[in-house]
Design a binder for this molecule. Structure first.
Ligand SMILES: *Cc1c(COP(=O)(O)O)cnc(C)c1O
Length: 440
């Protein structure tokens, strides 16, 4: 039964990443409340949140620790502008993030795309302040995703999101990505990484004088369909960027906060980037917040008597106290629950539950990184994703394949019942989706 809320939503709300006409067949589901990994619709149905509500939720919905911190903060300080003012949550969060990453000078915004733009602007402005204004171009990886505002689209290599806006965008260059699935006979993922880094080197050798930064998603290009690569690529890219005087921006918006097993994905390569972009899991999925961290060297290039040499970027809600407090509570949970260690066991249990799916005859390239699982499905149909999504919902699971890549990115707190629901629901949905194909 379609709720009236759902019908009113289609009339009044323009939904994201959605061809609204599709809602003629499948109305949006009205969610009334959520708890742990479960979303509860207003018709009583519940859904296991297998994608952490677009990769933002870490510890389940309405976590009491984060809720308590937010309630406390709401009674103290809701918001104050961050220019000329400061407050405890933003200071404490900035100190925590610096300690966790080895970079600092946290600059805040409210979403991932803004973090991308801040990093790009800071990088180019750094070179300008350093007397090298010609270094104003960017390079990214094929299939990279860094957000969809006009500036971020420049480095987002996803034609579907970019084509209609091509005249508005100053396209960055792309170099081949190190996706381990490109391994030829006998090659390892590391071999692919070395080969791709060699291609990056050729590109940098020619263009470094005009290039401000290389931006990439470390270890997993999520929006590209969970394309995973060997950490060796990050080590080589770091060395090349240093050699050619090009900044390395790591976009940890999706991979940060334990998603790939380590706190941040780039840490598995033991490298220090010039910029780190954070968002999504930063507040545990409660409030919009993003941050860009950078080096003392970059910071110092802006530190001057002259106003115009400063970084004058701003957003009204920069450093919002509620969002910062939610982020602090989220980081506390990592310590309180020893999350990274606990996730090793959790991930093993989830992998075990997914074994029948992984062994399915239509599955190719099963892969995993930390709390991310992905499988390429041998399907003939372009609408695989849409049909699978619908069948998964019918089985009580929220999963949204990217093209023909099915993936799961659940919150870090699944009990046995939730794991079974996720794994069995995904397998049942796959079988239904493929049986349907066989009939047509
Ligand atoms: C989601 C995402 C973004 C964009 O973040 P928004 O908050 O959706 O603007 C940027 N980079 C990566 C890697 C992402 O996954």
């Amino acid at each position: 039964m379609k709720s009236s809320l759902s019908a009113r939503s289609v009339q009044s709300v323009w939904h994201p990443c959605t061809q609204m006409k599709r809602h003629e067949d499948a109305a949006p589901i009205a969610i009334a409340r959520a708890n742990g990994p479960w979303l509860y619709a207003d018709d009583g149905q519940r859904y296991l949140d297998g994608v952490s509500s677009w990769w933002v939720n870490l510890f389940g919905h309405c976590h009491p620790h984060i809720t308590a911190a937010l309630t406390d903060q709401l009674s103290r300080l809701d918001h104050v502008m961050l220019a000329g003012f400061t407050h405890a949550p933003v200071v404490e969060l900035s100190e925590r993030l610096a300690k966790l990453t080895g970079l600092g000078h946290a600059f805040y915004a409210s979403d991932g795309a803004s973090a991308t733009e801040i990093a790009l602007k800071m990088s180019a402005h750094f070179w300008r302040n350093s007397g090298r204004p010609e270094k104003s171009h960017f390079v990214g990886l094929a299939g990279g995703y860094h957000g969809e505002t006009v500036g971020a689209l420049a480095v987002t290599d996803v034609p579907l999101f970019r084509q209609a806006y091509a005249p508005l965008v100053r396209l960055a260059a792309t170099v081949p990505n190190p996706d381990a699935r490109q391994a030829l006979g006998g090659e390892t993922g590391k071999d692919v990484a070395i080969r791709s880094a060699a291609q990056l080197e050729v590109w940098l050798a020619e263009h470094h004088a005009q290039t401000a930064a290389l931006i990439l998603e470390p270890l997993v290009q999520c929006a590209a369909g969970m394309a995973m690569h060997d950490p060796e690529y990050l080590r080589l890219a770091r060395a090349l960027c240093t050699r050619y005087e090009v900044h390395l921006i790591v976009d940890e918006i999706a991979t940060g906060f334990g998603r790939t097993g380590s706190m941040f994905a780039h840490q598995q390569a033991g490298i220090l980037p010039d910029f780190i972009c954070l968002s999504k899991g930063l507040t545990g999925g409660t409030l919009p917040l993003s941050a860009v961290l950078t080096t003392d060297t970059v910071y110092q290039a802006f530190y001057d008597d002259e106003m115009a040499r400063g970084f004058l970027h701003s957003h009204s809600y920069t450093g919002n106290p509620l969002a910062c407090r939610a982020a602090l509570a989220t980081l506390e949970l990592f310590d309180l629950q020893d999350t990274l260690t606990q996730n090793l066991t959790l991930a093993k249990n989830i992998s075990q539950a997914f074994a029948p799916l992984t062994a399915h005859s239509s599955v190719r390239n099963a892969r995993q990184s930390g709390m991310i699982w992905a499988w390429d499905i041998d399907s003939e149909r372009q609408d695989f994703s849409r049909r699978f999504h619908a069948h998964a919902l019918a089985n009580g699971v929220l999963l949204r394949p990217i093209g023909k890549t099915l993936y799961a990115m659940p919150p870090y707190l699944l009990d046995e019942e939730a794991i079974d629901c996720l794994a069995n629901g995904a397998l049942a949905a796959l079988n239904t989706t493929l049986t349907e194909e066989a009939k047509t």
